[in-house]
Ligand binder design. Structure first.
Ligand SMILES: Cc1cc2nc3c(=O)[nH]c(=O)nc-3n(C[C@H](O)[C@H](O)[C@H](O)COP(=O)(O)OP(=O)(O)OC[C@H]3O[C@@H](n4cnc5c(N)ncnc54)[C@H](O)[C@@H]3O)c2cc1C
Length: 387
């Protein structure tokens, strides 16, 4: 392929001696890339968000996006997630009428075959200061009359501070702000790769071979991140599994986010629900072009499990389902911030990217604009994989 030089930004080219980057390219049009690009534009940088297809065509377009820090995890990861929820609270307070960002709380239970699990989870959560309540089945019946408490385990954990977001709406919101701040969005570039010059990230090369240059490059390609970084000689292990999200027809039931042994579900704009789980991962078939197929019987069974959780007794009907890779770094922990081995390059690749989208945008942008590590990201450096 022939390469041509076509800078996407009209600001000054990088002065190699300058420590302060003025132009930035963010690769990947999901929740993380859009959030980082918006933060960089807010900081006054000339920003281009570049992506292979349409915005939100990856995991962000098929995410359960439960906003939480429930369960057990490292203190640093817990802190980052709690800060992530805090930023959504601020966004919510700015306009509580948004139907794509709500805080109805969460309710979790596991099988009665593991009777100690709910209590252990609850005790771990309260030890970390997380708002957590242990409920009996009768408590569930009283507190959540819209649910079928018979389906609940003998003990459940309620987390009133949790919520959900519709990432396609969030990405649309952030992209609008990015454009208003003067940022550019380039879609349909195909699979891009990093351009490395003199040991630094100098931009990206799109599928047509066109180079787009910038002082700083942020790689936020979801499950494609490891491949992009490997192309520049930087190893970031990938552990992204297959996943599927089903969206239902309108059901008009007010519900918390539910995490149960056979179905996880949350409300969604339009009085619909989004439903997923992991018991059918082996039944998702990925093809060479990256597309996935799932037998209809799996969707039917998942929605039967979800319907059983509601008191209405009405079956939930699928309106659509989407399957693909769920971005998860190889060691399960977020990979966020500057790449020591490749100056000028930054990475944002994580599980729980819905919960982290806003705080990741803020902290990664901080590293780009200041040239210093954000203290919240010290445990999540991409450099931990470099020998
Ligand atoms: C089924 C499911 C359930 C989930 N549940 C939750 C949950 O409950 N709570 C939570 O917090 N998180 C959850 N997540 C995780 C969260 O949705 C993701 O972490 C988040 O959406 C990832 O956003 P991203 O921007 O990193 O990646 P993506 O949304 O995948 O975006 C990456 C973008 O990069 C583009 N791209 C890839 N490679 C290239 C390339 N070489 N060149 C150019 N562009 C490229 C892709 O086309 C895509 O647009 C879930 C995810 C899934 C799939």
């Amino acid at each position: 392929m022939n390469s041509t030089s076509a800078p996407l930004s009209d600001s000054s080219p990088r002065d190699a001696t300058s420590a302060v980057p003025r132009t930035a390219l963010v690769l990947g049009g999901g929740a993380l890339g859009t959030s980082i690009a918006r933060q960089l534009a807010t900081a006054g940088m000339a920003v281009t968000l570049a992506t292979s297809g349409e915005l939100c065509d990856g995991a962000s377009g098929r995410s359960l996006s439960w906003l939480n820090s429930a369960g057990d995890r490292s203190p640093a990861y817990h802190a980052l997630r709690v800060h992530g929820i805090d930023r959504y609270r601020t966004l919510f307070a700015g306009d509580p009428s948004r139907d794509w960002l709500r805080f109805p709380g969460g309710l979790w239970w596991t099988s009665d075959e593991a009777p100690e699990a709910a209590r252990a989870r609850h005790e771990g959560e309260i030890a970390r200061g997380y708002d957590s309540h242990l409920l009996t089945r009768d408590d569930v019946a009283r507190s959540f009359p819209q649910l079928n408490s018979e389906a609940a385990a003998s003990e459940s954990v309620a987390n009133p501070g949790e919520g959900w977001v519709s990432l396609p709406h969030l990405v649309d919101h952030l992209a609008t702000e990015l454009r208003e701040l003067g940022g550019r969005i380039e879609t349909d570039l195909g699979a891009c790769e990093l351009v490395v010059e003199d040991g630094r990230a100098a931009g990206i090369r799109d599928a047509d071979g066109t180079e787009h240059r910038a002082d700083a490059v942020v790689v936020a390609c979801g499950a494609g991140t490891s491949a992009v970084m490997a192309g520049a000689g930087v190893e970031i292990p990938d552990g992204s599994p297959l996943s599927m999200l089903v969206t239902t027809e309108p059901a008009d039931v007010e519900a918390p986010v539910l995490n149960t042994p056979r179905a996880a579900m949350r409300p969604n704009p339009g009085s619909t629900f989004c439903v997923d789980h992991d018991w059918y991962v082996d039944q998702i078939h990925e093809h060479e072009d990256g597309s996935c197929t799932v037998d209809d019987s799996v969707v039917t069974e998942l929605l039967a499990e979800a319907s059983r959780l509601l008191a209405t007794g009405q079956p939930l009907i699928a309106s659509q389902w989407k399957a693909g890779r769920k971005p998860i770094p190889g060691d399960g922990e977020p990979v966020l911030g500057a790449v020591g081995a490749l100056p000028g390059c930054f990475v944002a690749f994580t599980h729980s990217g819905a919960t982290l989208a806003l705080i990741a945008g803020e902290t990664v942008a901080h590293e780009v604009t200041t040239g210093t590590r954000h203290p919240l990201l010290s445990a999540f450096s991409p450099d931990r994989f470099q020998g």
